[in-house]
Each structure stands twice: as C-alpha cells, then as structure tokens.
Design a protein around this ligand. Sequence first.
Ligand code: GLA
Length: 749
Amino acid sequence: MITEKKSTITYRKWDNGAMREFSEEVTVVRMDNGAITYACGITQEGYLLHCYFGAAIGDDDISYLMRLSDHPFTPNGNNRDRLIFMDSRLFEFPCHGTGDYREPCLMVLDEDGMSTCDLRVTGYRTVKGKPALKQKGVSVIPATYAAKDEAETLVITLEDAHLDLTAELTYTMFTGLPVVTRSARVINHGYNEFRIQRLLSGCVEWDHSAFDMITLNGTWARERAVSRVALHSGKQSVDSKRGISSHQHNPFAALVSHDASEESGEAYGFNLVYSGNFLAEAEVATSGFTRFVMGINPFDFSWLLRPEEDLTAPELVMVYSDKGIGAMSRTFHDLYRGHLIRGQWKDKMRPVLINNWEATYFNFDEEKLYAIAKTASEKGIEMLVLDDGWFGKRNYDDCSLGDWVVNEEKLKGGLKPLVDRINALGMKFGLWFEPEMVSPDSDLYRAHPEWAIQIIGRDMTQAREQYVLDYSNPEVREYVYGQIRAILDSANVEYIKWDMNRALSEVGSTSLPRKRQRELWHRYVLGVYEVMDRLTTDYPYLLLENCSSGGARFDPGMLYFSPQIWTSDDTDAIERIKIQYGTSLCYPASAMGAHVSDCPNHILGRTTPFATRGDVALVGTFGYELDVTRIPEEDREAIPGQIAKFKKFNPLVRTGDWYRLGNPFEDDSFDAWMFVAKDRSEAVFTFVQILNRPSTPSRRILLRGLDPKKVYRNEDTGEIRLGETWMKGGVIVGAQGDFASRTMHFTVC
Ligand code: GLA
C-alpha cells in the first residue's frame, strides 16, 4: 500500500538569541506491505529526504523522522542554513554541488563545464505491479518482475530546473516480501547536451553507524568468501572495474547490526541486478550517520546525454530482516526464485548432466564422448555437455574463439551425428560457447580485427590468449548471434553453457564516437544482455547456464537470463562448502551449478570421499564433471544411488528454505546446513566433517525452521521427536573421518 500524509512540523529553536517557534509543511510518502515500511519525506522546498526503512510500523505520523528540527539546522525565518542542512540530512537521491559533501548518486557535467545538480520533487505516481525498466534504444534491462497483484510501484519525479533534467526514482515493494527494489532514470529535457558522470541506483541512510558490513570477496576458484567488518568513519566499499561483476567482489553488501547472527539481529542486504562495473559503498559521516550507495561504478564512467535521451540505472534490490542474516538470505532466495529467474526451467528440476571439461579437456573425439555418454546414461545421467574445444581448430586454449563452426577433425559430419547418437541413448545434449571472445588466431579476428575491444595504436593485452569482442557494436552482436543460431539449428542442442573468461582491458571501441568512448563499459553489458535475451526468446526451451571462469559473473543480471550459473571452477567438495556458503548469502541453491568431479581434485590435489562430493553437489543443480569410464568402479557404481538422492531431495533444495547451521569461515572443523519444505512437512540435513579433531565429543547441532509443534522422524536413525526438541535440543552427530558427510531426512509423522 502506498500512502501519502501531509503534516505540519512545529519546533522551537534558538534564533537571534531567543527561542522561536517554526513550522513547515511536509509530505511523507510511504510504502507498506505488512512486513516492512519504506518512507520518504518531501520538504516544503521539494527536497526528497529518507524517512524510514525497516520493520513495519503503524499508520502514524512519522514525519518527525526527517529530523528537520535537529541541530545544526539553523532556521532563519524558516529559510534553512542550506549548507548545513544539505550535509547533515538523510537523502533519498543525493546530488553534488549544493552542500552535500558525502557520496552523491548523481553527478552531471553540463556544457559550461559545471557539475552542480539540485533535484527537487515535482510529483509522484503509483503503479500496480512493476513496470519493466526502460531506456530508449535498449531492448532489455534485467530486473525483478511482478504481476499486478504481487507488487506496487512508486515513481517519484524530481527536476533540476536549471539543467532541464528530470530524474525518475522507482521503488517497488513486493506483497509479503520484506524487499524494496529501486532504480533511477535521468532524462534530458533541455536543448543542451550534458554528461552523466555518475548515476547510482539508490541510496539508503541511517542516523547511526552501529553496523558491520558483510561483503563477498575472492578470486578464481575461491569466489565469494564472506568478510564481515565493523563500519568505521569514512568510506568503505567493494567494486569492480573489470567489466564483469568479478571473482574479486560480488555486487552484494549487507549492513547488519553488530549482534546480528543467522537467527537474530537486523540485516539490510543489497544486491545490484548488474553484470559489469559496480560500486557498493558505505560512508560514515562525522555526524555518525551512515550513507550506503550502490550502482554502476562511477570510475571511468561518463555518459553523453543529448536532448531527449535518457539513462537508466540498474536495479538495486534491498532486503530487510529483523530475524538475522539467515532470514535475509531466504528473502533473497524467494525473491529471485519467484521474481527474477524466468523461463521454462525456472521451477523445474534440472537434468543431471555430465560435462566433459575435467574429463577430457580439449582431448576428445566423437567416440570418446560417446563412450562417456553411454556409460553415463547407463548410470542414470541425463545430459552430456560438450565443453570447450569443439569448434574451429581448437585443441588448446590459444585459438579459434569467434569461429563457431564444428571442428570436423574431432566431430566428423558436424554436431548432428553425435547429438543424434546421444539422443538415442535417451540423453539430452548441451554445448559450451564463449560468445563474447575472439582469439587473435581465428578467422573472425583476421577478418575483423576492429571488432575486438581496443585502443588503436596501443598494445592489446591478452588474457588466456584472447581478446574481448566489442558488444557495444550491433554488427558484432548480430554476427555472433548468427553463428550461435546456425549451430543451434544444426542439431538438437538443449542446453548452453555461456562462458566469459577474461576481464576487459584497453577499453575502447572502434565503432563508438570519441565522445561516447567511456560508455563502452556499460554499453558492453547492455549488448551482452541483448544477445542473451534474443537467445532465450528465440529458443525458449534452452537451459542456459552462465559461467565466467567459474563464478566471476554470479550476479542477478545473469540470473535474469539463465536459471543457473556455474558457481566456481573449484569442484573440490571441501572448498565448495565455503563457496556455496558465501554464494547462499543472496543466491538460491536452484541457481548454483554444482558437480561431482574426480579425485585427486584437479585444482587442489585433494582427495575426498565420492559420497561427500555428491552430498555437497546436492546443494545446486547437480551433475558430474569426470570421465565416468575411468573413475574407480565403486564410484561409478555409486552414481545411481547419488542420482536417486538428488531426485529425492532436489525439490526441497530447489524450493525450500535454506538454513546455514555451521559457518566454515569461523569454524573450519565442520559445516552443516538444512533445507526445509515451505510447508515444513520435511527437511534434509547435511553435515560435513572438514578436519576432524582428536578428543572431541559428538556434536549437537540445533535444527531450524521446523514446526515446533509437529513431530518429526529422523528417517536415517528412526528417532522421533517434536520439532521444538529438534530445534532446541538438536541432533547429535558423531565424529566422522576427515571430509566425511552425512545427510538425514526429517519427515512429519
Ligand atoms: C572456464 C570455465 C570452465 C571451462 C573452461 C573451458 O574456465 O569456467 O568450466 O568451461 O572455461 O575453457
């Protein structure tokens, strides 16, 4: 429900040595859904202040939360001391140049070289449901969606009359979910052009700084490790300047109360629906107030806005929880499963796949693939995914990206004969592409060197012996998409792994005009989205799995197009526990690509039990990444049992509530987690011993999320207890050998 309340704020202040009474008219516009309240205040001058974001509060006058009467607000006949006012109030969408010296959301450079911007509210409107984000000339901007009865949207319009620029701030609140999503769109209504130097998606402010900031950081094969640090005076941020959301920092941040645990305390979670350069920054001002801003990284960003052109910021998802970090995560999971991920696979169990990457790398031919598929199908595996190396003359990672034609030395007669044979085994077939890349040694690069991102006259930095294609150029997008189509139309390909294996460098475009070169970072991402949108629209049955050297683009922007993302190249079960834990802070298990691979693990050299590898991969889409014809016989024989387990528990994992019971970042001797059905009728619990310790008693782990009044049977031990007992007394797990795992199934009796 979106409501407006006008009120008069009256307060007494010292003025010229005497106490005087002042009053002013203000308007509070608030959004409520029973779970949370979000409120903005509009002052008599039209400033848009932040009023409240948190647990639902009653229909009361909350205009006092605008803190208009605070020192050092120094009224003088009701004219503010503007400089102090601007620098000390809580703003919804701060600008630069009129006295707010903290981080702005918007910076505009006009034709005269001036950078001041002063936005005042001109009005607002409400919309049932959630309109798609739009920008002229852009075919798709990924964002959460909702039916008319599932959300309400508030659009506040502000104007800088001097620049003749308007900003539309969009807020959506979802029915029953403690979530607000935000975006901002600026439009040039004037006769002059100007440059948008920064356009962040949103800002939230608090009149205190008693928070820890949680971020997800890492590198290749070690993505999304959890960092939690108390806020301190000044700025603290994570960002990406790589052109992709990156291994190094995820576009996620949470501000949580110092005492917040999985089960209690306050948590504000933020996640940007964007796959390129981003910034998430918390700033603690000397007043002790905190400003949090997030959006496209302003670093090296500049966007020319000609008359009547617009620019739309990606969507910022903001989750509130007063029941701890676990509840925050579960809200993200519900939101993404219900309102972000799309397509025919959204709610379905995914086929159990076997991917040949760790099995063969580049060294395969049709017979080898067929042999793997045949044994795999006998064991119940449902899809063969042919990874890198099937195209051009690619026998190593030094050539042929961009030449998406089948290497007939490996696959005679093209894809069709192989795919037909795979289909005849009753299996589906999937294929790897890296559509954003070009190898210097490729027919494409020889024909179109200008299609690679580059600065003419400078050396081009290679990474994995490849360059990045200029997806801001429609010709490039058309060409690459045409090649993908030709392959998809040549055989029954039902799955694509869309990979992206390097960051951008020498970011210049031969097709963009000089004045628009700094737009390339963002135009690149929009170009990628456009091709993914065409692909998923033209081939709606396709299961698309995103990947970026593992999980370098595990973000909501990608989830809008692909229901699953390869979580990490690190398939070691023990490392995966941490990676999956970090990823789970805001992404659901249904989105995590997870495979059982061979041992010793290719990255770490570690050997773990086959059963543990299976139990850990159950937290995800599940599949295999090994040569099934060559693994030990007993592992091969274990596959049908593992698949049966996956089929039994995947509905719970995919649709249920995820409770993290251990924390491998704090205690590396074990981890445990559980998934509980939404109706609380059953749950699956998993325990993994990491390194066992001598002389430790069995462990008692408290279960979560059960119905306290219902009786549950532990199907694995036969124990029967009240949900309350399982949650307060816990389940006892005896010490296991290093890296061993146990799962337990709890059902209501
Ligand atoms: C990336 C992916 C891997 C694999 C290789 C192929 O590293 O993350 O899963 O597809 O590329 O080159």
